[in-house]
Design a protein around this ligand. Structure first.
Ligand SMILES: Cc1cc2nc3c(=O)[nH]c(=O)nc-3n(C[C@H](O)[C@H](O)[C@H](O)COP(=O)(O)O)c2cc1C
Length: 210
């Protein structure tokens, strides 16, 4: 564990039907773990399963555990990920946020850092609008949004996903593997969430003792 970072728990909350958003979640987790954080990967119930014919097969594993409202309270930072769905986050993820009004009233996420990530199948198919729309509930919850600064070389170099608004992947032909630059952007975002959470936690702890 990095000596400079406080003990940080990063909740990576994502929805993924075909595995691309999940690949980004993994890359963010790698960056965060390397920065010394504990990572909790969690997903949400699929609210569209019954209505849409679906041939996708996702392996069931521990990583398919659904998020609990306690997870929101207990985390120090949050990364939120969704496929791009008509230029917006998936309704399953949005539906989850509509169950968080108690946490909103309690300020469970207030003053914690957050970041967003997405995967889309076409280059100009709405990654940025999806990322910005995902920031909205997080702002309502009082979270502190972090992106990926241009100081990260991969943000300049990428020809697919990854940009200042968050990590992303271009999954043309349902390709789930991240490009080198997408991987670097996602890892950088994971690291940045951890260092930001650590700084904030240090300040908040100092505040408590004064
Ligand atoms: C209902 C629906 C809407 C979609 N809308 C878009 C879209 O607006 N733009 C786009 O580029 N891709 C769109 N896609 C494709 C997904 O964003 C893309 O396949 C994504 O990589 C899936 O992520 P996943 O592998 O995590 O499920 C859509 C897919 C579905 C099923």
């Amino acid at each position: 564990m990095s000596m400079s970072n406080q003990h940080i728990t990063l909740l990576i909350l994502y929805y993924s039907r075909h595995g691309s958003t999940r690949a980004l979640a993994d890359a963010i987790a790698e960056g965060a773990t390397a920065a010394g954080a504990e990572v909790l990967l969690r997903t949400v119930a699929d609210s569209t399963r019954d209505q849409e014919a679906d041939t996708a097969k996702q392996p069931k594993s521990d990583r398919d555990i659904q998020v609990s409202l306690e997870d929101l309270k207990n985390c120090d930072a949050l990364a939120l990920g969704s496929p791009t769905r008509f230029g917006h986050m998936a309704s399953s993820l949005h539906a989850f946020f509509e169950t968080t009004s108690t946490q909103w009233l309690q300020g469970s996420l207030t003053d914690k850092p957050a970041a967003v990530f997405t995967s889309s199948s076409s280059l100009h198919g709405g990654q940025e609008s999806t990322l910005l729309s995902m920031a909205l509930p997080l702002l309502h919850h009082g979270m502190i949004l972090v992106g990926i600064p241009y100081a990260e070389p991969a943000v300049h170099q990428t020809r697919t996903g990854g940009g200042p608004y968050g990590a992303s992947h271009l999954s043309q032909h349902q390709e789930t593997s991240l490009s080198e630059h997408e991987q670097q952007c996602a890892e950088a975002l994971g690291r940045r969430l951890v260092t930001t959470a650590s700084r904030l936690k240090k300040e908040q702890n100092l505040g408590k003792h004064h």
